[in-house]
Write a protein that binds this ligand. Structure first.
Ligand code: GLY
Length: 396
């Protein structure tokens, strides 16, 4: 498919997303998604290949692209963006570049020092596998799942997330970890070895039991006692307070439990995804345009940065959740987010020569880093949302 065909697909998508809207009411700051996204996508192709430096974010202050090695939790997203643009456009130039960036992530398959294997390996090799039946990719996914499994503690029934703060935490598990289960579920399918499936299900069940508050929101970090298996502490690392609702964490829960339902058909997972989704989309502090403040309980709201990445993680998850529940509220939220992100308030200016499309993601409060910047995973989940909406449209 050439770029003209892509134009027609995106045009179809835009029509789909605006179907029930009064077109006269579309704001005049709405960006022409066809032209601008294509310009952006072409810029990604121009970006220099470097096996040791994956573009992660861009600092408006320093005017520098923050580049990271493959061990960083975000390294798989850049390759994933190329795969997803390829899926959207059919332009083989993106596929070729996707393969190159994906190959640079391979050495992570032996890195047992992190739970982020899914983010790294599945967003790169997993996307690649969805494009082509590639035995090497399958083997890398399986080896990565094997390495990730070494972090599983059967006594607690969970995968250990982090190894730092050992003076404070015995066995920390963060809600983000739900996203890494997709790698295990796929490894189970590839190998027919149920070990990976069982680890994923046990981790999801332990998370379901302990990580959620009665209102459906999730804590960020739970610390387990390695002897008694009891929860020692429910705290935050990236949120504003232990009892606050960090926006992207809610997204990992919604997206993660929806994905876990896809593989297991366990209704409890679906119910939790819905409960957290209801908490998110109906929250009194969620702005009208659908892009949350980076923490729902920040005391300075409304003078607080938004988090585009959280919106995109939720929007993508809610397209899938809509597929299972047919609850239009979920689809409406996803469409609203896409509509909002098409505006000049969120899309970076075309003359900014960086390999990202969306501004205003919020990285990590604990490090005081990437606060209100373009971040690679904001684009990743936005592209995933577009793909999922397209798929929904074509299966109707
Ligand atoms: N998994 C890390 C984050 O969401 O920032």
């Amino acid at each position: 498919m050439n770029r003209i065909s892509f134009l027609l697909i995106i045009l179809g998508f835009v029509c789909f997303s605006c179907k029930s809207e009064d077109k006269n009411k579309v704001e005049n700051n709405t960006v022409n998604i066809n032209g601008l996204l294509q310009t952006r996508y072409s810029k990604l192709l121009e970006y220099e290949l470097d096996s040791l430096a994956f573009p992660r974010s861009y600092s408006h202050t320093n005017k520098l692209i923050n580049k990271v090695p493959s061990k960083d939790w975000t390294s798989g997203f850049f390759a994933g963006n190329f795969w997803q643009i390829y899926k959207l456009t059919g332009d083989v130039a993106f596929k070729e570049r996707a393969k190159q960036w994906t190959a640079f992530v391979e050495k992570e398959k032996y890195n047992a020092g992190t739970h982020d294997m899914g983010f790294k390996v599945f967003c790169s090799f997993g996307n690649g596998l969805s494009v082509e039946d590639n035995l090497d990719y399958k083997n890398i996914i399986v080896q990565s799942a094997k390495t990730l499994s070494t972090r599983y503690n059967a006594h607690i029934g969970s995968i250990r997330s982090w190894d730092f703060n050992k003076d404070r935490w015995q066995f920390p598990v963060i809600i983000d970890n739900m996203m890494n289960l997709e790698l295990l579920f796929e490894a189970a399918k590839i190998t027919a070895d149920s070990t990976y499936y069982n680890i994923a299900v046990n981790h999801a069940n332990t998370t379901l039991k302990n990580h959620f508050r009665p209102d459906g929101s999730t804590w960020h970090v739970l610390d387990y006692d390695t002897i008694t298996r009891q929860v020692r502490a429910r705290v935050t690392h990236q949120g504003i307070a232990d009892n606050s609702s960090w926006a992207r964490g809610q997204g990992w829960a919604i997206n993660g439990f929806t994905m876990a339902y896809r593989y297991t058909k366990d209704k409890n997972y679906l119910m939790q995804a819905e409960k957290t989704a209801q908490f998110f989309i109906n929250h009194k502090n969620l702005p009208e345009d659908g892009i949350p403040y980076w923490d729902f309980n920040h005391p300075d709201i409304p003078n607080v940065s938004r988090d585009v990445s959280a919106a995109a993680v939720v929007a993508s998850g809610l397209v899938e959740l809509y597929g299972y529940t047919k609850n239009k509220a979920y689809l409406n939220y996803s469409k609203k987010v896409v509509k909002t992100l098409k505006t000049t308030a969120y899309i970076l200016p075309a003359n900014l020569n960086i390999p990202f499309v969306l501004d205003h993601s919020f990285g990590d409060w604990s490090k005081k880093k990437e606060m209100d910047e373009p971040i690679v995973y904001g684009d990743y989940y936005f592209l995933q949302t577009l793909l999922r909406l397209n798929a929904l449209n074509t299966t109707k």
